[in-house]
Write a protein that binds this ligand. Structure first.
Ligand code: HEC
Length: 205
């Protein structure tokens, strides 16, 4: 084969591959919507890729923070504020955002998450997961020393034993929109027997 024919063959192969990908995206995957669940193959492939891409030293890292009720409490507050919108207070991932991402937020109480090493969980929290909804929560200079992320790792280990009561208490700590905040305030004032206009009048005095 001459060099010229080789170039033509390579170019045609690339064009065919590109068209193949276009057809796959357009007709076989339901375009780019996030409503579907990734296929088992896709899920397996992306988990393996993630596992493979995590440096082996990171997987071996030991948690420098010891678990205690105070540490779990601190991480619980952090989780309710930063993680629960996708992962839910109990780690099930059953929230409007968690359910509708592609890939979905996983049930972190289950074996696939719990069998990840502490170092792997820390690495994911710090670096996020590319092409998914999982943001990076660390900064470039953190190395293995971000205490808040290590505390969240302890909280993830606590998820399978969490009580429904604990998850309920966290609702107060979940971020609220201005509208929800106002609605709750009006409800509180109603239950306390004063109307919102009373309290507005008090503020004006
Ligand atoms: C905007 C949505 C979103 C928020 C907020 C979020 N996550 Fe995630 N997270 C995800 C998604 C989606 C995945 C699944 C990624 C994948 O499939 O590789 C994920 C995966 C993870 C995983 C890996 C679990 C596994 O088994 O694959 C960990 C650990 C994690 N998140 C921790 C956290 C922590 C801790 C916080 C808060 C500081 C947080 N996440 C906030 C969306 C989110």
């Amino acid at each position: 084969m001459t060099a010229k024919t080789a170039v033509v063959v390579i170019a045609l192969t690339l064009i065919a591959a590109f068209l193949g990908v276009l057809v796959w995206v357009r007709y076989l995957t339901g375009a780019f919507g996030a409503l579907e669940r990734p296929s088992l193959f896709e899920q397996w492939l992306s988990n393996e890729a993630r596992h493979f891409a995590t440096p082996s030293e990171a997987k071996k890292l030991q948690n420098p923070v010891a678990s205690s009720p105070e540490v779990i409490e601190e991480a619980r507050v952090h989780w309710a504020d930063h993680c629960a919108s996708c992962h839910a207070n109990n780690g099930s991932g059953d929230t409007q955002m968690g359910r509708n991402l592609y890939p979905k937020a996983p049930d972190m109480r289950a074996v696939p998450t719990q069998q990840l090493s502490d170092g792997e969980l820390y690495y994911i929290i710090q670096n996020g997961v590319r092409l998914t909804g999982m943001p990076a929560w660390g900064s470039a200079g953190d190395g293995s020393g971000n205490q808040d992320s290590w505390k969240l790792v302890l909280f993830i280990r606590h998820l399978p034993n969490m009580t429904a009561q604990e998850a309920e208490q966290m609702q107060k700590l979940n971020p609220k929109t201005m509208q929800e905040f106002e609605e709750e305030k009006t409800e509180r004032e109603f239950l306390n027997g004063s109307s919102p206009s009373d309290s507005a009048a008090k503020h004006q005095k």
